[in-house]
Design a protein around this ligand. Structure first.
Ligand SMILES: [Zn+2]
Length: 242
């Protein structure tokens, strides 16, 4: 499709070494990725910014018919093909993402915490009900027969019973389930953070993905072999989906 020979390499990041005449907007030392579909810059598609659909030059660029990046230096014909990548420090990135995730966790867990507070308060209501019941019993204890007193004490204890039953039997478990759900919903963000930070630290993509895999709980964690097969497009990893 392209006349040979040419140097391969069409996924390029690096630092600007030197500028040609009249180039502005970038300076030597700037970190940049190179957009690798180089059009003519003049046809309708190019003027719309879709140089990958250039109707006169066709699909070409460094490593795509032109000299690519498997070399010490690459000549980029126009500064518009440079995408600044900034000088991202992995530690800064990690703490930034950490803070963001913490905020997310905190927000997601708030309803569960409110529910837990209700659960914690319910036995207190039960005790108040019991005390009121006993006060009522004491008020009518004089001259009452044992059946009446027994009935009133039983009524007082039902208050305590209900408070504890509803707290530990219903509201508490609901709060725990809500918290669990919120934690599970946060997991994908942690995986992305782990893979992203590992990648920025310079680990190869398969290693970065492996770091993320280890964060998954055992019940849904795909095996190393499964994941590798999945990444190579051979099988689907059912357990990691949904
Ligand atoms: Zn064009």
């Amino acid at each position: 499709m392209w006349p040979l020979p040419f140097t391969l390499g069409h996924e390029i990041t690096g630092w600007v070494e030197a500028l040609g005449d009249g180039v502005s907007g970038v300076a030597p030392g700037d970190a940049a990725a190179v957009y690798c579909a180089w059009g003519c810059g003049a046809c309708e598609n190019c003027r719309r910014g879709s140089e990958n659909y250039c109707s006169s030059a066709g699909m070409r660029g460094p490593g795509l018919g032109l000299e690519g990046a498997m070399a010490s230096h690459v000549i980029v014909p126009n500064a518009r093909y440079l995408v600044p990548t900034g000088n991202l420090d992995p530690h800064e990135l990690e703490s930034l993402l950490e803070t963001e995730l913490e905020t997310h966790h905190h927000e997601a867990a708030e309803p569960a915490h409110a529910m837990q507070k209700v659960a914690d308060a319910l036995p207190g209501f039960g005790i108040v009900a019991a005390v009121l019941g006993i006060v009522d019993t004491m008020a009518s204890i004089e001259g009452a027969d044992t059946a009446t007193i027994g009935h009133k004490v039983a009524a007082a204890l039902v208050g305590t019973f209900l408070g504890i039953l509803v707290a530990y039997g219903f509201v508490g478990p609901i709060a725990a389930a809500m918290e669990q759900r919120a934690n599970e919903d946060s997991k994908p963000f942690e995986l992305v953070k782990m893979a992203f930070v590992a990648s920025v630290r310079g680990y190869a993509p398969p290693v970065a993905i492996e770091f993320a895999r280890k964060l998954l709980f055992a019940g849904i964690r795909p095996s190393f072999a499964d994941l590798e097969a999945h990444l190579k497009g051979k099988t689907r990893v059912e357990s990691a989906i949904g």
